[in-house]
Structures are given as structure tokens and as C-alpha cells.
Design a protein around this ligand. Sequence first.
Ligand SMILES: Cc1cc2nc3c(=O)[nH]c(=O)nc-3n(C[C@H](O)[C@H](O)[C@H](O)COP(=O)(O)O)c2cc1C
Length: 202
Amino acid sequence: MEPVNVAIIYYSATGTVHALAQAAAEGAEKAGADVRLRKVAEPAPQEVIDSRPEWAQHVRDSSGVAVAGADDLEWADAVLFGTPTRFGNPASPLRVFMESVGSLWFQGRLADKVYSAFTASNTAHGGQESTILALANTFYHWGGIIVPPGYTDPIQFQTGNPYGTSHVAGEGPPSEVALQAARYQARRVVDTAAAFKAGRAA
Ligand SMILES: Cc1cc2nc3c(=O)[nH]c(=O)nc-3n(C[C@H](O)[C@H](O)[C@H](O)COP(=O)(O)O)c2cc1C
């Protein structure tokens, strides 16, 4: 069977979600998928970015990551979306991307794909679950197959978020536990998408 195509599409201002996205890409690749790691376009003006040195640094560090397009969504059998939590919701640059693919949705071309999501927030109760659940609202509209990590692996009992990988950025960069959780979540997404793809091909 052809490998599963996985797109990992994320927004990150200061690198935390980028690190989770990279770990998810590793996990998906290790599970045998073809992977596209894609950032969404950065809409902030350069002077705003420059007002926070860690933001400007991350923009420079991630300049080699390709920008997500509608073709990446079309190509994918499974998509993992990553976003910082902002006021308890997904960051607007990711929303802009998701709202730019309305014509694909209208043609039914976002349906029957596996979707999953991960996030970071500054504090433990700053809205990680609400962010992931808010992304899921869109997956419902797209007719997606939502695959959360649940408590289906021992790493999930360490990280403790069944909705999706999440990290408290206020405690520093993602720990090995968070990175492992992201790798695991991606593996689960690939395994589920592979089973679905095989079932449809049979
Ligand atoms: C406009 C804005 C709103 C934010 N809202 C929240 C929030 O509701 N809860 C929270 O814990 N952190 C919040 N944060 C902190 C971000 O979640 C945190 O900086 C982010 O997870 C870091 O990810 P990044 O390094 O990938 O950009 C907010 C940050 C910004 C800039």
C-alpha cells in the first residue's frame, strides 16, 4: 500500500509549537508516513515581530520551513494542526489558513481525512483543552475523522492531556515528555489513517 501522507501545519511565534511540530514530524516519519512540515504565513508586520527579540529570532530560525498551502491539505490523508493558545483559542494566523480553504471544503475535499491537534500555552490552566476543542469544531464541519491521543499509551499518563499534545511554555521549552507525546500522537494518527486507507482500498 502507498504510504500515508501526513501534513503537519502549525503556527508558532516563539518556537514552542514549532518544536512540537518537529517532534510530530519525526513520529509520523518513523511510523512510515510521507510528511510535509508546514508553517502558516506570518501576518504580523516586521516592526511588531522585531518588538519581541524571541519572536524575531524564531522567524529567522524557521525561514527554511515551507509555508502551508491548500495543496498540502488536499495531498494529505491526515493532518496534525499545531497552534499556541491565545485567549483560550487557536492563534489567528492558523485560523486565517483554515478559513482560506473554504472552496476545498465546499467541494468535499477536506472530508474523510484524519485530523488531530496540539498546542502550547503559558500556564497550565490557560486554555489548552479549549484551544484543541475549538479546532475540532472545524474538523466536524470538514467531515473529518478526529483522532485524539486519549490515554492509549503510557506517555499519555505522564503528559496528562487526552485531547492532544500540549506544553506549558511558561515552564520553558518542550520537555522530552511533551516531545514524546507529540511523536506518539503522530504515530497514532498515521496508524489510524493507514487502517482507514487500507479499508477503503480493499
Ligand atoms: C495574544 C496572546 C494571547 C495569549 N493567550 C494565552 C492564553 O489564553 N493562555 C495562556 O496560557 N497563554 C496565552 N498566551 C501565551 C502563548 O500561549 C504562548 O506564548 C505560546 O504557547 C508559545 O508558543 P510559541 O512559542 O509556539 O509561539 C498568549 C500569547 C499571546 C501573544
